[in-house]
Ligand binder design. Sequence first.
Ligand code: ATP
Ligand code: MG
Length: 632
Amino acid sequence: MQIKSFEEYQKTYQYSVDYPEQFWEGIANNFQWKKKWNKVLSWNFSEPNIKWFEGAKLNITENCLDRHLAENGDKPAIIWEPNDPQKESVTLSYKILHEQVCRFGNVLKKNGVKKGDRVCIYMPMVPELAVAVLACARIGAVHSVVFGGFSAKSIADRINDAECKVVITADGAFRGSKQIQLKEVIDDALIGCPTVERVIVLTHTRMAVSMLKGRDVWWEDEIKLVDTNCPAEEMDAEDLLFILYTSGSTGKPKGVVHTIGGYMVYAGYTFSNVFNYQPDEVFFCTADIGWITGHSYIVYGPLSQGATTLMFEGIPTYPDASRMWQVVEKHKVNILYTAPTAIRSLMSFGEEPLNGVDLSSLRVLGSVGEPINEEAWHWFDENIGKSKCPIVDTWWQTETGGIMISPIAFVTPTKPSFATLPLPGIQPILVDEQGNEIEGNGVNGNLCIKFPWPGMLRTTYGDHERCKLTYFSTYKDLYFTGDGCLRDEDGYYRITGRVDDVINVSGHRIGTAEVENAINMHAGVVESAVVGYPHDVKGQGIYAFVINPNVHNDEDLTKKDILQTVTRVIGAIAKPDKILFVSGLPKTRSGKIMRRILRKIAEGDTSNLGDVSTLLDPTVVTEIVEKAGQLK
Ligand code: ATP
Ligand code: MG
């Protein structure tokens, strides 16, 4: 499946456009099916109705586990690094992982879970989380993983939306220096969740928890009561694999639905290609399994390819800012896949935390989640990759199931802050507001995809109309990503941020990411967020929230300095009209800035800021509102 040269990429890409079904059929043949498909693809984007590999039968866990046992049974499948560096790490071989998944699959069955039932998983980043996910897939249940940090209300909403029958959780979680109650949050959530019949609780922090008779059982007790014989349920390619609620940075969370066959093919194909994974390498994705990145590139992608995947329970700055690099050294990580927010945060500690850490095992670096600004890109390249590791800036979404536009390591020449080119099989198109295709290079537009790919969402759970409205109605016969995009003179793609984040200043369309990129280039600035607000003269003005920079002499002068930098980098047109220094930005728990809140603040409309419960730290909002009120 792996593409080896740029020439091969170009040929393969063309083939995938000319003969998409043959192309994907070829990829799908690398996986194990109980029965092959009758039809590769049937689709329309108007309902939408998308079916890949119709008629095929499979179980994804046979692809992720069973098929590796004969030759790689003793190979590490999961390496787990705990939050506390003093504690032992844990390695699960493919054989052991297979056994644990089978055993826990039987626990689920014993507790009444049947094929098609929804199971909510709310757990810390421990190996049992991966076991729980795979055990659901083993028996044909649909998992809905909720990040172990969401509030009771957010969990209850998600459980009720999916009508989950069982919840899998733990007593608590370790996160840096904190201990987080998980079971207690679940108890609060379940007051309003009538569909939940059983809660399975893993002991992890061993904090006191209430255990309700008849509803709550311990993981450790349950696994003693079952054996490890759990045949993989035969599933249809288009049966549901999981529901995953998007982070909510743009409103009420949507239950994105992925189905088994297409998702498996896509996660495996993209993992193998983009990162150029080689046998015996250690792959470290720093995301949480509560996000799509963790689903696709901690669990399903790597395991389907027989890779060794590293799971890290902690945070990059605990016990200090060298922790992530220590983890890389300790486990001889070859491929490191992380997010710009983490890179920027670690960058702010300077090079000192890197002293004496051996990063020579690294071969490929990856970034995901938001546009990576140039400064962070270069820092990552020089200090972590020592200018010898390709950086794959991977653009994709919960809805796309896997990476869509990205360099292929060692194949695609990279360019800072560009996601570069679409993977073979992906047909991006830029359109204007009316949906007309914008052809040629050196152009900006709204990013859409014009042909289906196996990993795409099939619906939003329980509300197909919402799926249609959100993704398939803006432009006829196109999947609309919601992102703005530049295709430069070389045909390279650069994501400029969400379309609602494009600011129209005196008729010029400026991406918020572009302005942030320029502001962040200013010495002493670590991070910023930019939104538009109504402006009498320009139509829209630019409002910049900048995390307290090193103030040189005086605050007003520092603001002027920043304006100078923006003028030099982009031009006077992109100069913010207002700059506010703040101590933090409202971020979702996946590290994304919730711009809709900043937009409201910039508009002076702070009476109804909407749902802030998915924010990492809702108190930053109070500070920003106060300070903004004082800004002229
Ligand atoms: P919601 O849809 O609920 O608002 P979300 O969009 O933040 O949440 P995700 O699916 O995790 O949830 O994120 C996908 C979005 O992240 C993309 O649409 C894009 O805006 C941004 N993104 C992801 N990767 C990149 C990247 N490499 N470069 C630029 N932007 C990226
Ligand atoms: Mg989104």
